[in-house]
Design a protein around this ligand. Structure first.
Ligand code: SF4
Length: 359
């Protein structure tokens, strides 16, 4: 097992959240973080080659990313827990990697009871037994703040970037913000990066109609948020001059609304009475929210073989029929192509565009 001080920790690529993982590992845990390479076709090929056929696509992506992290020098892998099959995936990924011959320490959050606070202390001590608790707490909070800023500005970016009247200034501001987060070493760096990006967003001239086309994204946690996995569906819609909204992110799902999910359930009790998966309640609630707020369409994003999100689809069909709002269902697997997606998005765009003119 690797010594605490010299641990080189990695967590699979997940949207842009790896900047916050890096910050927490380096600043709060005082360990080395190995940034997994950006997700590419190679990642998917590796993950697909060594995965069982019928696992959902996020498992393949995560496995491929873990292999690339180990190749990049990681000796400790962290795996999240989950309310669906994700809960078993850590064990499965670890076994596959060991069978392939990799040597590493594996910290699987499914092995801990995450409802108990003292378990968090056990996890932290496993990473680094000599961690300074006061410093850990302070820097961990900065990492969480980074997640909140990331989610806030990501939402702002996709709602506005399609209407940029200044030749890509909005996108440049967004990319500068990401660079600032990936290189931040202190609270001041995080705050400065955030404030600079906000100022840049505010000073970018937008050419937005009074009633732009608005589309809400709902779907499976990993695929809906990870731009590589969903083939940049949000950017593609935004580039068609659509205001793209997505409620689902780490801040809303865990930091703000963790226990509030029960209240979301109250609001949709006429549609479904029980949770059908980790994100079903939030997705159904948000889809109806979009319909009631007069959005022009909803895009449901899920991975192939994702049972919880398949269960959500009939409820979305009811919402679509009740509120007369079109829903586009997108299912991604390792073979999904950019061209196929673009064709469906263009057809969806033409339909909601014409519909808006008529109504
Ligand atoms: S929510 Fe669906 S895609 Fe995501 S890990 Fe669970 S089963 Fe797989």
């Amino acid at each position: 097992m690797a010594e605490a001080k010299t641990r080189s920790i990695s967590f699979p690529r997940y949207a842009e959240y790896n900047c916050a993982f890096r910050y927490i590992v380096e600043q709060a845990l005082d360990c080395r973080y190995v940034m997994p390479p950006a997700l590419t076709r190679r990642t998917m090929e590796l993950g697909t080659r060594y995965s069982p056929d019928f696992v959902c696509t996020p498992f393949k992506t995560i496995l491929g990313s873990m292999i690339e992290s180990l190749e990049a020098g990681a000796d400790t892998l962290l795996m999240t827990h989950g309310l669906c099959r994700l809960g078993y995936y850590g064990e499965l990924a670890e076994q596959i990697l060991r069978d392939l011959g990799y040597q590493f320490d594996f910290i699987n959050l499914s092995d801990y009871d995450m409802d108990k606070k003292k378990e968090y202390i056990r996890i932290v001590r496993r990473f680094n037994p000599r961690v300074n608790p006061a410093r850990f707490l302070a820097e961990f909070m900065v990492g969480l703040k980074m997640v909140e800023y990331l989610d806030e500005l990501t939402a702002q970016y996709y709602q506005n970037c399609g209407f940029d009247a200044m030749d890509g200034a909005y996108r440049r501001a967004w990319q500068d913000f990401l660079t600032a987060m990936y290189t931040a070493h202190s609270r001041a760096d995080v705050e400065n990066g955030y404030r600079t990006a906000r100022r840049a967003f505010q000073s970018t001239r937008l050419d937005k109609p009074k009633r732009p086309l608005r589309v809400g994204i709902v779907g499976e946690f990993y695929t809906a948020m990870d731009a590589f996995s969903n083939l940049e569906v949000e950017q593609k819609l935004a580039d068609m001059r659509v205001e793209v909204h997505r409620w689902m992110n780490v801040t809303n799902q865990f930091l703000r609304y963790g226990s509030g999910q029960k209240n979301l359930r109250v609001k949709i009790r006429d549609l479904c009475r029980y949770d059908m998966g980790p994100t079903s309640t939030a997705n159904i609630w948000y889809a109806r929210e979009c319909a009631e707020r007069g959005f022009d369409g909803i895009v449901h994003v899920k991975s192939a073989a994702c049972t919880p999100e398949i269960d959500v689809m009939p409820v979305l069909q009811n919402i679509s029929a009740d509120y007369k709002i079109p829903v586009l269902y997108l299912t991604y697997d390792a073979q999904t192509s950019d061209v196929g997606l673009m064709t469906r998005l263009e057809a969806f765009y033409d339909m909601i565009h014409m519909r808006k003119k008529v109504f």
